[in-house]
Design a protein around this ligand. Sequence first.
Ligand code: ADP
Length: 494
Amino acid sequence: MSASTSIRPDLLRDRNFIGGIWCAGREDAWLEVVDPATGAVIGRVPDSGAVDADEAVKAASEALPSWRATTARHRAQLLKRWHARMLSSAEDLAKIISLEQGKPLAEALGEVAYGASYVEWFAEEAVRAYGDIIPAAAEGRRMMVVKEPLGVVAAITPWNFPLAMLARKVAPALAAGCTVIAKPAEDTPLTALAMMRLAEEAGLPAGTVNLVTASRGNAAVTVGAWLADPRVRKITFTGSTAVGKGLARGSAETLKKLSLELGGNAPFIVFDDADVCAAVDGLMRAKFRNGGQTCVSPNRVYVHDAVYDEFSRQLAARVAALHVGPASLAESEIGPMINSRAVEKIDRHVRDAIVRGATVLTGGLRLRDQIASGPNYYAPTVLGEANEQMTLASEETFGPVVALFRFHSEEDVVRRANDTPFGLAAYFYSRDVSRIWRVSGRLETGIVGINEGAFASEAAPFGGIKESGYGREGSRYGLEEYLATKYLCQGSLA
Ligand code: ADP
């Protein structure tokens, strides 16, 4: 707990936040939170069940009428206060993120700024939820469209960006006039609870935002209670495709609106006309953020035969120089993976690729003995001569592993890039203007990075197509996800 001793104590919470009250779970069951770098227990939070989940819905439902009746300007002001508190507590929030999630402190600070930018953005968007006046289609009528909040929104978030994923769901929901019930990932509940403390401090009225924590085993129970509850009108989820499909099935009975930001299998294409140095640079930024544990992380890197040798040489040198270590060391660029399950999956993908003919250009092993602090480290890895028979070609590796696939023609590489059920992000590097428009039109993804490895921004719509889900976060499209369109028709005006 040494790293946590320097954190403002009231940000480290061990209770659910329901109806403005910090409360233990009804069952008196607890979930231990673990530092992924060492395996040490750093705190405990309630392992909530259906009763706690139901209390959260009750609190959010009761808070809804008065919250939706506030002016957009009022909601914007409260969100701005929340934003200001996030920024003034940035160091503490970053320490909590690093402690429970493992990313280096500099990256954690980046996540706080990134997450906060969504809160600010949606504070500004709140006042722009415009409707329409439609030219009357019949005499003596007025036809209007107004945007109304959907109601109670359930937000289920993952562990890879414990602050940003929560912020970019809760902020637009509150901005729209919805109230929120949230469940963070079992690996990273402390950041979410700290965010609730800051929301409380910012003066968000009791019940507007509520949060329950639960173990993986109880996730299905708590969220299940929300799926079955007709008072919950929307589910917004970031996580795996398997769980996302389960949420879609589970909410079918009450036909909730869904936003699902699910897994990806991003292709990264380097054409023969690319600026190779820029492409290596872009891949480093896109791939190694958060140790490769991001859903837009390039998973299949296709390099044209003509630049393959040059690209792989430059890339392997850069990757070999990455510094792996705990978040507590300033020089660390890649932290531990989130848990042993994650490291085992990465290693399984790498072993499978090697057996099927991949060459190891750098890395390719667990760092069990090399790093003293714990067992969850994986060496940043570049594999050459990858092919589509390898598991890593079809499954998301979610770790610091780059697999290089050769290609010869644009036609072939676009077909291979699209040959996946997923469709979140794609990247390509080219200096040919015609090719840029052609390829960006043909890639079947929600996001395309063109000569750019880091595209995420609160001002842009983030989300996928195909089995990467639907719905968008950020931008003006992000607010729409929490609004219902109501048509008002007034007659007898002749
Ligand atoms: P990952 O594999 O990256 O952990 P998950 O989809 O399993 O992604 O987890 C994302 C979020 O979904 C977490 O908050 C987790 O607790 C939650 N979750 C996991 N299983 C279920 C489930 N059966 N029902 C509802 N939520 C779940």
